[in-house]
Write a protein that binds this ligand. Structure first.
Ligand code: ADP
Ligand code: MG
Length: 321
């Protein structure tokens, strides 16, 4: 199978690659063309997944397809952008029809779930890696950045944390558990559900936002730095799923929720006056702490004692200072 046949069969023909709102020209030309409504800005983010680093070499291609797009779309959710389209740069060690078919199905499933269209990409030979670039639109002035948190705001997250990190020993076949626990954790790892609707609902309300990919403490550190504020997280308010609590002992579960990566839930700051309306409307908003004067992220116990752990999250390159 040649490069163009591969693109045609598995990507251009996929339901998610057909034209739709906002996509004036899709796969097949030198560029795709996106139409952005007047008064809107384009939100763009790119993520690379490398075999052996971000996923095991021999993983299920269907799940990989889902995950590759899910983690990227999560960045659109963090900004409050409405999802539009994505491109896929795929590097493959060899062409396997079965692998491509399953991968494209997984990708398509996530794309349909997120209302995103595949508009182009690149296909090359080499060690397995995937780069997904996502495009969304957001009304001018309403994108939620990391830099607007104000002392007095509440610090919130969009759901239980730690399941992605909890799934890792299962993904790596290092541990086993009851079927219901295994299923719940693996589902969060392999098909992270980007909180796109929540992101859009927070427009004009949240003062800062990001999606948690490297662990709660590490990612909240980015909000603290960008906003020039401190964050106090109350340890006992950090939400965790029943599956995580069943799988791990209390310390391991807390550690996964605080420092494990792969959550893809939103963390955001909110003026207290915005809370009731969001909760009443049924949005998943879990208050875990406050924005304070100062800098950095501090974890406190029920007595208000500083219990901040030393290790905070995953980094590909360690800071040298
Ligand atoms: P060019 O050489 O002009 O960059 P390519 O030959 O790489 O174009 O790709 C041909 C068309 O197929 C382009 O529209 C490109 O965006 C698209 N494409 C290539 N690889 C993929 C892929 N993996 N998924 C989706 N579209 C792809
Ligand atoms: Mg090319």
């Amino acid at each position: 199978m040649g490069e163009f046949e591969l693109i045609r069969n598995y990507f251009a023909a996929a339901p998610c690659a057909q034209l739709g709102e906002g996509v004036a020209l899709g796969i097949g030309d030198d560029c795709a063309l996106l139409s952005v409504a007047a008064g809107e800005q384009l939100a763009i983010s790119t993520d690379t997944l490398v075999a052996g680093v971000h996923f095991p070499d021999a993983c299920d291609p269907f799940l990989l397809g889902q995950r590759a797009l899910g983690v990227s779309a999560s960045d659109l959710a963090a900004m409050g952008a409405s999802p539009l389209a994505f491109t896929l740069a795929l590097t493959l060690p060899e062409v396997s029809a079965a692998w491509l078919e399953a991968f494209a199905r997984g990708l398509n499933e996530m794309a349909q779930g997120c209302s995103m269209r595949l508009i182009g990409g690149d296909t090359t030979r080499g060690p397995l890696s995937l780069t997904v670039t996502v495009f969304g639109s957001v009304p001018i002035g309403l994108a939620m950045t990391r830099s607007g948190a104000k002392p007095g705001d509440l610090l919130c997250v969009g759901g239980p944390l730690g399941d992605g990190a909890g799934a890792l020993p299962l993904v790596l076949n290092q541990r086993s558990a009851e079927a219901s626990t295994t299923q719940a954790l693996l589902a969060r790892y392999w098909s992270p559900q980007p909180q796109l609707e929540l992101g859009m609902a927070l427009r004009g309300k949240a003062t800062s936002s990001l999606d948690i990919s490297d662990g709660l403490l590490a990612d909240c550190g980015h909000i603290a730095t960008a906003s020039g504020v401190g964050l106090r997280i109350e340890r006992d308010k950090v939400p965790m799923s029943d599956a995580l609590r069943a799988f791990f002992d209390a310390d391991e579960a807390l550690n996964a929720a605080l420092s494990g990566g792969d959550d893809y839930r939103l963390a955001f700051t909110l003026p207290a006056s915005c809370l009731a309306e969001l909760v009443e409307a049924g949005w998943p908003v879990f208050v875990i702490g406050q924005v304070v004067d100062g800098r950095g992220v501090v974890l406190i116990d029920e007595q208000g004692r500083d219990v901040t752990p030393l290790t905070r999250g995953y980094q590909h390159f360690r800071e040298t200072r």
